[in-house]
Design a protein around this ligand. Structure first.
Ligand code: NAI
Ligand code: MG
Length: 331
């Protein structure tokens, strides 16, 4: 029995979450769901985008599922607050081709492990006489734990190589440190291959030779940019799940936002949320269930019949979710 905190959020976040919970009902695992509020509708009701109660429930859960929220300028970001409060230092995104989608290749499968707490996103900026400066912070502790996570992840998932991505030729001190720590950590994982690449070259190789990658580990900003480039490689937002992982907590969410242009119509694609659930099941070491769920989704995508509009069909979010559930239940 797992305690799962469920944060629907706003717009299509609510729709894809309902779909994902429906599909989870087909698995032979007991889940106890604690529903918690966050986002803009929550702000209208409670005066905050992220109540203390939500943070507490997320901290105490075995895992948290997060739909998507609408962010309004000036309001506190619910997702960034959760990442900080739960110290979710890993942002993991997979770049994986699925059938029936607009992927540029039909056989891509690599992951990007992005450091999520420092780098250029530490948010320390300062106006100067003739412009502004931003601080880029790379620490030993954060570099070590993210590299260690990448190697452990490779080991656990049977992946053969970890590539560090940096710009140490220019950022000699910060990225020099990151690269050195990467090779120090690599010393403990002699059975896993290693290499390192400059971020600019990596951006090009995503286009010219993406099959060379297996696990990528990188700093915050580079990871952010490369993971969106990766999303482009495999057909865009509707199918991109992500995991935010820390020592004691984890949160799983689709990469897309609250889709205000389609919210309320019941046509959002539930795949990214369902794949986020697959990542959650893997995190909980329920690997068989993760496999069952992913395969059911793959079946529905390959048949390309009961799928949402963005995938070329005309099914609703819940019709597609019910079809995925049917595939599991018919086995
Ligand atoms: P978005 O991801 O919500 O939408 C971009 C485009 O992709 C829209 O045309 C949308 O209809 C489409 N789309 C997204 N997900 C889809 C799905 N599952 N099925 C079918 N089509 C889908 O990004 P946008 O429009 O830039 O942001 C909308 C709101 O979401 C903003 O308030 C933004 O701040 C917030 N946002 C929240 C995130 C989060 O909660 N983690 C992440 C990204 C944006
Ligand atoms: Mg981004």
């Amino acid at each position: 029995m797992y305690n799962i905190t469920v944060i629907h959020g706003d717009g299509i976040g609510k729709e894809v979450m309902e779909a994902a919970i429906h599909v989870l009902g087909a698995l032979d695992i007991q889940f106890n769901y604690n529903v918690a509020l966050a986002g803009n509708e929550c702000f209208q009701k409670t005066g905050t985008t992220i109540p203390e109660e939500t943070i507490k429930l997320a901290k105490n859960a075995d895992a948290t599922l997060f739909g998507a929220v609408t962010t309004v300028p000036g309001q506190k970001s619910a997702i960034i607050t959760l990442r900080q409060e739960l110290d979710l230092y890993v942002n993991l995104r997979q770049v994986k081709s699925y059938p029936g989608t607009k992927s540029l290749h039909d056989d891509l499968d690599f992951v990007i492990v992005r450091e999520n707490t420092e780098g250029l996103y530490i948010g320390i900026e300062e106006e100067t006489e003739d412009g502004a400066t931003a601080l880029r912070v790379i620490t030993r502790k954060a570099s070590e734990r993210i590299c260690k996570f990448a190697f452990d992840y490779a080991k656990k998932t049977g992946r053969g190589k970890v590539t560090a991505v940096h710009k140490a030729n220019v950022l000699k001190k910060t990225d020099g440190l990151f690269r050195d720590i990467f090779y120090d950590v690599a010393g403990d994982y002699s059975d896993i291959g290693t290499d390192d690449r400059y971020v600019d070259a990596t951006a090009m190789f995503f286009i010219t030779n993406p099959h060379m990658f297996d696990v990528i580990v990188t700093t915050n900003l580079f990871g952010d940019i490369l993971s969106d480039e990766g999303a482009g490689l495999v057909g865009g937002l509707g199918l991109m799940p992500s995991a935010n992982i820390g020592e004691n907590s984890a949160l799983f969410e689709p990469v897309h936002g609250s889709g205000p242009d389609i919210a309320g119509k019941g046509i959002s694609n539930p795949s990214a949320m369902i794949l986020s659930v697959v990542l959650m099941l893997d995190y909980l070491e329920e690997h068989d269930a993760a496999c069952t769920l992913e395969n059911a989704l793959i079946e529905v995508l390959s048949e390309n019949k009961i799928v949402t509009k963005d995938l070329g069909g005309n099914a609703s979010t819940m019709e597609m979710a019910r079809e995925v559930r049917n595939k599991i239940e018919r086995k």
